[in-house]
Design a protein around this ligand. Sequence first.
Ligand code: GDP
Ligand code: IMO
Ligand code: MG
Length: 429
Amino acid sequence: MAVIVIVGGQWGDEGKGKIIDLLAEKAKVVARFSGGDNAGHTVINPYGEFKLHLVPSGIFYSQVTCIISNGVAINPAVLLKEIDDLHNHGIDTSRLFISDRAHLIMPYHTLLDELEEERRNKGALGTTRRGIGPVFADKVARLGIRAGDLLDEDTFRSRLSAALEFKNIILIKVYQVSPLSLEEIYDQYCHYGEQLAPFIRETSSIIREAAIKGEPVLLEGAQGALLDPDFGTYPYVTSSSPLAGASCIGTGLGPREINRVVGIFKTYNTRVGAGPMPTELKDEIGDLIRKKAREYGATTGRPRRCGWFDTVAGRFSVQINGLSDIALTHLDVYDGFTSIKICTAYKFNDEVLTSFPSDIAILEKCQPIYEELDGWQESISGIRNFKKLPAGARNYMSRLEDLLSCPISLVSVGPDRRQIILVKPNTLL
Ligand code: GDP
Ligand code: IMO
Ligand code: MG
């Protein structure tokens, strides 16, 4: 293990939390590099079940330094609650650090996310309403407030008053709602600042020094490739890049430091929120997958849309992330399926497409072309040896590897940390 980036390969919720909790056993540093508390990473280990929104999934090991890097947008209230919950479970957070460059989610960001979604009405994007679009828009508009600003009350006050003056004009004149109070936000965030001050510092140096020493570092992605603002199903995307490339900008590490890039893929596809999903199953098979795998959002509780594995989208994800390995999760969910479909191409009018279109107007009209494989009947959740998997499961994996042009190194057969199969003796663990 050296520097490994771990990213979602589909539309999020692939099981990143589980895989990072497993791989972190050997890590020295685990750093989240993008997104915000729109993420919900489930970890099930001997300490209990956790849904982490901001804290890296390596927090359960005493040797790991956990970093919320500059690429993450932080809602201080959510982070403080998460730290509190971890303390209540006996988890030590003294090795958690927050980048002073990370942008803060302010009350007007969550309010504007709500108001913008309401205004879009039937065209709503189905955001998590956590203020993600507005906070990243402010970052590039140079109106943002960063964690480090909380360390100096005068700097914080002047940045807040400049931003709020503008936000209140939008709230009053565009949305016709009441303005927000400078004093209330100032007092509330100064209080958060006092609580978070011990965690806030320059963090890129910690990650870089570990990488230079050859210590194992994991860079934890959030969301999934198809939600990327550039390469995803725009405009039905999130507002920071979930791709492996963003792990450099989101942490301050140079691209030459990255040794492996692991994409997490579910055995099928899911999506929460609006936007095209060619293999979506609006039938009893989709309902069966949702029921068996409890496919409900870890952040919003919304039912996830479920469908067959889409290798057109998957291949694109392998390419735009430059994946070296795949970790395939949820293979157990197909236990008892007599046959399994894989989407190998799309039919668009009279054309057969094998590459992922950049225009959603095309993607929305694409019909999946399926290949059908035999399933397996036995339960695989107790299996730990690749050779003991039923032939149907091994054939399915091998076909996915061919279609995606990337090796599967790890297979997850249940939500618990121990429910894992190493495909070959491998260097990820
Ligand atoms: P993340 O956002 O990528 O970390 O994924 P989520 O935590 O949002 O969603 C993954 C869900 O699948 C969680 O409920 C996990 O506990 C569960 N899970 C992870 N791996 C497996 C697996 O191999 N099999 C099954 N059945 N569930 C899994
Ligand atoms: P993890 O890290 C699944 C989706 C939302 C919506 C779109 C935009 O747990 O995989 P946003 O609130 O980001 O502006 O919403 O992105 N979305 C996710 N879907 N998993 C996530 O994170 C997601 N984070 C955002 O549902 O469709
Ligand atoms: Mg999730």
